[in-house]
Design a protein around this ligand. Structure first.
Ligand SMILES: Nc1nc2c(c(=O)[nH]1)N[C@H]1C(S)=C(S)[C@@H](COP(=O)(O)OP(=O)(O)OC[C@H]3O[C@@H](n4cnc5c(=O)[nH]c(N)nc54)[C@H](O)[C@@H]3O)O[C@H]1N2
Ligand SMILES: Nc1nc2c(c(=O)[nH]1)N[C@H]1C(S)=C(S)[C@@H](COP(=O)(O)OP(=O)(O)OC[C@H]3O[C@@H](n4cnc5c(=O)[nH]c(N)nc54)[C@H](O)[C@@H]3O)O[C@H]1N2
Ligand code: SF4
Ligand SMILES: [Mo]
Length: 730
């Protein structure tokens, strides 16, 4: 046999050393399941992801992030043992020492500054089991009321609005499979084409079946390409658009009077408010045409079936709660909810953005969407946890307010699990300064993120391929993710880390879990009888496919469509919201003449800790690009593709321009997936919505200054200043 053939044969043999891992993507809320094949070629490993055709949500699709998700897991930058900062340098230490050190520091803080001086900061990437355990860990083991999580920045406005309007917050009221039969769809402030790409075909099918699609967004996006009508709204003015649409529905007789009288309360007040609305004024303020608002309302009003969706574009405002409530008025006024192909959806963001907001990592919450201020709820959870009700802390404060307390030195130690707050909080310069004041910072992560870099101690955690647990996807469907890879180095699971610290603090019995399933079984009990009732869901039942909550007993099939018969308020009725005309907190001024809005691009995920470490994704988008209309750019002497300084009242950052005619002339857009001087959150406004404490990520006023001008250069009239040929933030 020739050398070549020998080599070929060996390669074939080696190639057959394949391992197939059944898993699901760690990124967005669709949670696409897939098979990841590990192929060993001699000493090299090669990976290939293949979507799972049986997946009821993704229907066998996967986007570029899912296809490359494994890359960050295998990345050589993974931390594989605890790292302690000694004289500014991180040194590897054994777990025993790490746990001992944490316990010593936490006890010291508790003694010096009180129990509430310990802050806990969680995330929506954690499994249900771990999110649940983090709530218990904070309240039982650390005895602190100060816990909140990054979902505050994500879902809080829609969650608060859903709770107030319907008595319950589940992202989608119906399963995605009903979308193709909707005759009208409104997509407000959601860019599914980049953010949940695998659900786009549901909308395409609807369009093919004759649906009229309206997109409301200040930019043309991949999503607005689906639209029959695009309202290119001025950032921060959604409530005005929704009010104007309600007026059209009312004046033109599209309201569903029977539904309003039988299934809702509060329309009376709204009816009074409608009379005083001036369509032209609302259209002028929101920067869209009266005819377009009228068309959007008519199409929604006359359609037999329909959905209205919102996402962060509507919600991440200092009046995000009100924006959502005004859109919900449209759903209730037309009775488009609680029926086949009729409903509302707040499109959840993070992998476990839904489950992560149900089981107690929120400041005011106990498992099963119970309230920490409700005496009955406290008693029940105290009994499940085997503690005295009086010992359970009361409600704490929201995520950004935790940081403010750190700044005031009321919180002096912090435990961060599953978030990178230095990059993802608004007003990031302040956040970084505040965190420097901590006496003790522990970060549990897979990487030395921008936040972990500031920690005294970093604890290495497992990735999605290694960590078993349940996730609740954007539909409210609970799915089980298996662990398919052995833990690298000394890595431990989040639940093990919490259990070990809690045990060393003296709570062995309450934290004596041996598996994620153990924790899930306790969660089932803790959620039993609550709004988000998981009692009937077991690991065994999840082996087949997901189950929608609420699922109160083991024979219950789960609830894919909610509000069929009643809403979740005690009287079974939904509630309208009086009309409001919220104003922008920062209108453009001479000093800060442009409106900045922020969001996502397809290639990266959130603070970028994971996707910037995936070579395949990172090479497609290596730096943030600022979307700016060419006419606006010329006015401010910004060349296409050049770096410049973006400034607001909070601070400044450096970013490269990318001309785009797809954006309003008064608005610029930047993604937030980068840290340090490239972090857009150095300029964003931390003003909080009073109802839900959501920060104003989606609009603030800014100025832009070319860097070259500062060096004495000038705007280049001769340069090719046509719309950018570079890959645009899509
Ligand atoms: N590729 C990718 N996918 C993701 C994520 C990611 O980081 N990357 N993150 C996940 C998470 S956690 C989330 S929360 C979701 C977010 O999903 P989305 O909310 O869809 O994403 P964003 O880009 O933040 O904002 C959506 C749109 O709102 C528009 N917008 C801005 N201001 C306004 C306004 O005032 N009114 C209206 N109507 N629209 C406005 C923006 O132009 C943008 O196109 O995505 C999830 N999926
Ligand atoms: N300007 C602006 N800022 C925003 C937004 C915006 O639209 N504009 N959107 C906001 C929204 S919607 C969100 S959701 C936040 C999110 O922002 P972050 O909370 O910062 O979210 P991630 O980047 O996912 O951070 C997760 C961190 O936890 C690590 N991690 C991942 N999985 C696990 C795990 O299972 N266990 C542990 N222990 N660690 C893990 C990752 O490596 C990463 O470092 O950002 C918000 N910030
Ligand atoms: S990022 Fe979202 S849409 Fe893309 S593969 Fe992952 S779960 Fe699916
Ligand atoms: Mo999010």
């Amino acid at each position: 046999m020739s050398d070549f053939l020998k080599h070929f044969r060996t390669e074939q043999l080696e190639k057959s050393m394949e391992k197939v891992m059944t898993t699901q993507c760690p990124y967005c809320s669709v949670q696409c399941s897939m098979e990841l094949t590990e192929e060993r070629i001699v000493t090299r490993k090669r990976y290939k992801a293949k979507p799972n055709k049986q997946d009821r949500t993704s229907e066998g699709r996967m986007c570029m992030k899912g296809a490359n998700a494994h890359q960050h897991v295998m990345n050589g930058e993974r931390i594989t043992s605890p790292l302690l900062k000694i004289d500014g340098e991180f040194c590897q230490i054994p777990w025993e020492l790490a746990i001992e050190y944490i316990v010593e520091q936490f006890k010291f803080i508790q003694k010096e500054d009180g129990n509430d001086a310990l802050g806990v900061y969680g995330g929506g990437s954690l499994t249900n089991e771990e999110a649940y355990l983090l709530g218990k860990f904070a309240r039982v083991a650390l005895k602190t009321k100060h816990i909140d999580y990054n979902g505050r920045f994500c879902m809080s406005a829609a969650a608060a609005a859903g709770n107030a309007a319907f008595g319950m917050d589940r992202g989608l009221t119906n399963s995605l499979s009903e979308i193709p039969d909707a005759k009208c769809i409104i997509l407000a402030g959601t860019n599914i084409a980049d953010c949940q790409p695998t659900i786009v075909p549901y909308f395409r099918k609807a369009k093919k079946n004759g649906a009229f699609i309206t997109v409301i967004d200040p930019r043309e996006t991949g999503t607005s390409k689906l639209a029959d009508l695009h309202l290119q709204v001025k950032p921060g003015t959604d409530a005005l658009v929704a009010n104007a649409m309600l007026k059209v529905l009312f004046d033109e007789g599209y309201t569903n009077d029977r539904f309003i009288s039988e299934r809702t309360n509060g329309f009376h007040e709204v009816k009074g408010d409608i009379q005083g609305l001036d369509l032209q004024e609302l259209a002028d303020l929101s920067g869209v045409k009266v005819e377009d608002i009228t068309l959007a309302a008519r199409e929604y009003g006359k359609a037999e079936t329909g959905f209205l969706f919102t996402a962060r574009g509507v919600e991440q405002h200092s009046h995000g709660y009100e924006n959502v409530r005004q859109y919900l008025n449209l759903v209730l006024a037309t009775g488009k909810i609680g029926k086949y192909a009729c409903g509302y959806g707040a499109i959840t963001g993070q992998g476990n953005g839904q489950g992560g907001r149900e089981h107690g990592q929120k400041a005011d919450q106990l498992p099963g969407y119970r309230s920490i201020e409700n005496e009955e709820h406290r008693k029940y959870i105290a009994s499940v946890w085997g503690v005295n009700e009086a010992e359970l802390p009361r409600k704490g404060v929201s995520a950004y307010e935790l940081i403010e307390k750190v700044d005031k030195e009321e919180i002096t130690a912090m435990f961060v699990m599953g978030s990178n707050p230095v990059v993802s909080n608004p007003n990031a310069i302040f956040v970084e300064k505040a965190l420097k004041k901590l006496k003790f910072l522990v970060v549990v992560d897979m990487f030395v993120s921008e936040t972990a870099r500031m920690a005294d101690l970093i604890l290495p955690t497992s990735s999605y391929l290694e960590d078993e647990g349940t996730m609740t996807n954007l539909e409210g469907r609970v799915v089980l993710r298996k662990a398919e890879r052995t833990l690298p180095g000394d890595v431990k699971h989040d639940w093990q880390i919490m259990s070990e610290i809690a045990s060393s603090l003296g709570f062995q019995e309450a934290f004596s879990y041996t598996s994620a399933e153990d924790i899930f079984n306790e969660l089932r009990l803790a959620s039993r009888g609550g709004i988000a009732d998981y009692y009937g869901i077991t690991y065994n039942r999840l082996k087949e496919e997901g189950i929608f909550w609420p699922c109160p007993d083991k024979e219950h099939p789960g609830t894919s469509r909610i509000f069929d018969q009643t809403f979740a308020h005690p009287d079974g009725k939904a509630l309208f919201y009086g009309l409001r005309k919220p104003k922008l907190v920062e209108e453009p001024s001479e000093q800060f003449p442009l409106l900045l809005t922020t969001g996502r691009i397809m290639e990266h995920y959130l603070s970028g800790t994971q996707t910037r470490r995936s070579p395949e994704l990172n090479k497609r988008a290596e730096e943030p690009l600022l979307e700016i209309h060419p006419e606006t750019a010329k006015k401010y002497r910004i060349n296409n593709g050049e770096l410049f300084q973006l400034r607001s009242r909070r601070g400044s950052m450096i970013i490269r321009s990318s001309y785009s005619e797809k954006i309003r002339r008064d608005t610029i857009f930047a993604p937030f997936h980068w840290g340090d001087s490239q972090s857009i959150n150095r300029v964003t406004n931390p003003v909080l919505d009073p109802f839900c404490k959501m920060p104003e990520f989606k609009v603030c006023s800014v100025s832009i200054t070319p860097l070259i001008d500062q060096k004495g250069g000038s705007f280049d009239e001769t340069m090719d200043q046509t719309t950018s040929k570079r890959k645009q933030p899509s």
